[in-house]
Design a protein around this ligand. Structure first.
Ligand SMILES: C[S@@+](CC[C@H](N)C(=O)[O-])C[C@H]1O[C@@H](n2cnc3c(N)ncnc32)[C@H](O)[C@@H]1O
Length: 228
């Protein structure tokens, strides 16, 4: 088991967003919408957030255009597709919903980004190495936007799911890799506490909101590296 003590993990309770049934049904509708009216569906946390993350990667001196990049829980594939349009050439998206993978391949084809690889794979399987080929290698950049949030809401033992996810992320990284995680559920402190075998490399800042005399950010977006 990973070094985290599962008794210390905050519990947000369960939600249908933590089930594969929910995502399969959501992407079934999105596949139909894309076929009918060309709507790519939801970009989680909005296009501005995606753009900020991509701009961070573009400006990062450590990341070259031909470095391997993986997007975990790639959904409709827009993160990889946008990265491809901005010149990144080794892109992989992985999602456990076959329908999401189908949608992302269709969107990539329509956008002229067919070189992006999309594979079906479960990020919390306990089998190591994972049966999905794209989860058996190392990446320079590992991306997550909203996927750890969804996994944390699993109604089937969310703490095991979180620890399984942690083990997968570590398997995909080496000492030079960067892990970019963007969340709407977790604070910076909670993320750095959970990813305790990592060190904080950078933070991507978003618009702040003020409420009840306090100022906060809508999302938390951190870039982490494995502690050596
Ligand atoms: C909130 S959506 C985010 C989608 C995309 N990253 C975005 O930002 O638009 C969460 C995604 O994670 C995927 N997902 C959830 N649990 C997963 C798991 N255990 N393995 C792989 N994908 C998972 C869902 O199918 C869904 O596409």
């Amino acid at each position: 088991m990973a070094s985290n003590d599962s008794d210390n993990l905050p519990d947000f309770g369960s939600s249908e967003l933590g089930t594969k049934e929910y995502w399969d049904s959501a992407y079934e509708k999105e596949v139909d919408n894309f076929e009918d009216i060309g709507d790519v569906g939801e970009v989680w946390f909005g296009e501005e957030t995606m753009d900020k993350i991509i701009s961070w990667i573009e400006k990062c001196p450590e990341v070259k255009a031909n470095d391997p990049i993986i997007d975990l829980g790639s959904g409709n594939g827009m993160m990889c597709i946008e990265l491809s349009k901005r010149g990144f050439s080794q892109l992989v998206g992985v999602d456990y919903s076959e329908l999401a993978v189908m949608l992302s391949r269709s969107v990539a084809k329509a956008e002229g980004c067919e070189e992006v690889v999309f594979e079906t794979g479960d990020l919390i399987t306990s089998e190591r190495p994972n049966q999905c080929t794209c989860l058996t290698r190392k990446y320079k950049v590992v991306l997550d936007k909203g996927t750890y949030d969804a996994i944390s809401l699993s109604p089937h033992d969310s703490q095991s799911a979180q620890l399984g996810y942690l083990a997968t992320v570590k398997d995909l990284m080496d000492s030079d890799s960067l892990f970019s995680i963007t969340s709407c559920n977790w604070t910076k402190d909670q993320l750095t506490d959970f990813f305790k075998d990592f060190k904080l490399h950078d933070e991507i800042k978003f618009k702040t909101i003020q409420f009840g005399g306090k100022t906060g950010s809508t999302y938390t977006s951190l870039v982490l590296k494995l502690s050596t």
